[in-house]
Design a protein around this ligand. Structure first.
Ligand code: G3P
Ligand code: CA
Length: 287
């Protein structure tokens, strides 16, 4: 065999081995509470940005309501503030879910351009309903304390590096108690290198393909969470064939919940955890 061909062959074999090791270690060697929750049979109900139809998304009232509703996991999104504190918010700018525009003037002010002290001046509840006035943007640490008191946090990284997230979870002794997800699969791989037992979910959107699953295999993820409109029975089966759990986002129709239960989904991310729980139970009872 030609030397270059041998090198390409060995490189390919290395990646195959690395990929299979990554998925194996995350899915099969983790034994903490989060790994056990994810591994269990049945369909997990995951509250998207908290109980976000009932309370302002990504705030402590939304997380408390999701815990109260019995969500198996409670999802949130985080960035880093200008002074490097992980803070919880979905959008990159503060316009939609805070009073930043009226308080500071201008628009499209980035959450990453403000310090924690500045962000804590904002109201993050009044836009949703008057009774939530006085609700603030939580830090990731505050959100973790709130959710972990009665459920399991699904931490979605929107901005920030793996080391900061892993260090916070390590300090709070939560490395094996939460699930971390991201659309950025390199971020997940970085988390996996730093904390091999951290349970990871690879988020995907748009068209599903085996090539994308090949990339996910390099991350150490144990879960693939795909966009609902590109998820069907065959995509779920393809994820299961790799030994991973299949989750879907974001589902708010009972009929669609029933279809996904029939298609053997493992986790449903929804803005309405209470409705989703009822629809899952009804679909299971009807089978
Ligand atoms: O949990 C998945 C879902 O949250 C991803 O989309 O934009 O709501 O963060 P997004
Ligand atoms: Ca999210």
């Amino acid at each position: 065999m030609h030397r270059t061909t041998i090198r390409v062959f060995l490189y390919g074999a290395y990646w195959l081995a690395a990929s299979s090791n990554a998925s194996h270690s995350a899915a099969q060697s983790a034994t903490g509470a989060a790994a056990q929750l994810v591994a269990q049979a049945g369909v997990l109900v995951i509250a998207h940005r908290g109980d976000s139809k009932v309370a302002p998304e990504n705030t402590l009232p939304a997380f408390a309501s999701a815990v109260q509703a019995g969500a198996d996991l409670v999802e949130l999104d985080y960035y880093h503030s200008a002074d490097s504190v992980p803070v919880v918010c979905h959008d990159a700018d503060l316009d939609r879910t805070t009073n930043a525009v009226s308080l500071w003037g201008g628009s499209k002010i980035k959450i990453t351009d403000k310090t924690l002290t500045e962000l804590k001046l904002l109201d993050a509840g009044n836009w949703f309903a008057k009774r939530f006035t006085g609700t603030h943007i939580p830090t990731l640490a505050e959100a973790l304390d709130s959710i972990q008191a009665g459920s399991t946090t699904l931490v979605e990284r929107k901005g920030g590096d793996p080391a900061a997230c892993v260090e916070l979870l390590r300090q709070k002794k939560l490395l094996d108690q939460v699930v971390v997800q991201a659309f950025d699969w390199k971020y997940l791989a970085g988390c996996h290198r730093l904390a091999p037992n951290l349970v990871l979910a690879a988020l995907g959107h748009k068209e599903f393909s085996p090539e994308k699953l090949d990339e996910i295999a390099k991350t150490g993820a144990a879960i693939v969470a795909w966009e609902d409109r590109f998820t069907d029975e065959s995509t779920i089966a393809a994820i299961h064939a790799r030994g991973w759990k299949a989750w879907v986002w974001t589902v708010d129709q009972p009929q669609r919940v029933a279809e996904l239960v029939g298609a053997k989904i493992d986790g449903i991310i929804s803005n309405q955890p209470e409705m989703t729980r009822k629809a899952v139970l009804a679909a299971q009872a009807a089978r």
